[in-house]
Design a protein around this ligand. Structure first.
Ligand code: 5GP
Length: 191
């Protein structure tokens, strides 16, 4: 697999009927992750926030962020599944795994791979706010602002992207492509 692929380049890491085109290359991802981590270092200096990764898509992003952090932190995960089909989201969310940590009185940062309609993150945000954290912020690697259906504050955004389906760096298409070290759009050939 060529991990040095440049933006716009076509790649064929998976099925022959799926052509990927690099949207955000490895270097740009890593630069932005370092910037986000530096921001967290500043904003949470002297604190020990709980970083809550939403599975499955956020695990690569979260793993890279914590390796750039200098502050203390704790990580935990929630696993959720939408009821929608592959690329369209119905809005309903099923909780598959809850947190292990008690977040009452703690600073919490929800770490999400991508915010699209905002329904998932809004649901999780409300659920966690009910547990009375000291404060709660949201960090998303990718944001599709034009798709938003609910207004939800996102304090840390990696990249704004167009309304297009993307994979890589933790994001999948039917469980494929999570291991790509770049973000790509997917063209699926007809027939
Ligand atoms: P929302 O609830 O904001 O509409 O959807 C968020 C969830 O939908 C994300 O956590 C992700 O699982 C999925 N999703 C939305 N857009 C994309 C995309 O372009 N690619 C992939 N792989 N998943 C997406």
């Amino acid at each position: 697999m060529d991990h040095s692929t440049r933006p716009g380049a076509e790649t064929k890491p998976g099925r022959p009927d799926e052509t990927l085109r690099v949207l955000i290359d490895t270097a740009a991802l890593h630069r932005r992750v370092e910037q986000l981590a530096a921001q967290l270092d500043r904003d949470y200096a002297g604190e020990k926030p709980v970083l809550v990764g939403l599975l499955k898509g956020s695990f690569v992003f979260l793993a890279d962020v914590i390796r750039c952090l200098t502050i203390e932190y704790e990580i935990d995960f929630m696993s959720i599944a939408g009821y929608g089909n592959l690329t369209e989201h119905s809005g309903a969310v099923r909780l598959l795994k809850d947190l292990s940590v008690n977040i009452s009185g703690r600073s919490v940062i929800i770490v999400e791979d991508i915010v699209d309609s905002g329904l998932t993150i809004d649901y999780i945000r409300r659920m966690l706010l009910a547990r009375q954290p000291a404060d709660l912020a949201i960090m998303a690697l990718l944001n599709k602002q034009t798709r938003r259906e609910v207004d939800v504050p996102i304090e840390y955004i990696g990249f704004e992207i167009e309304d297009t389906f993307v994979v890589g760096y933790g994001l999948d298409l039917a469980e494929r492509y999570r291991g790509l070290d770049y973000i790509a759009t997917v063209d699926i050939a007809d027939g």
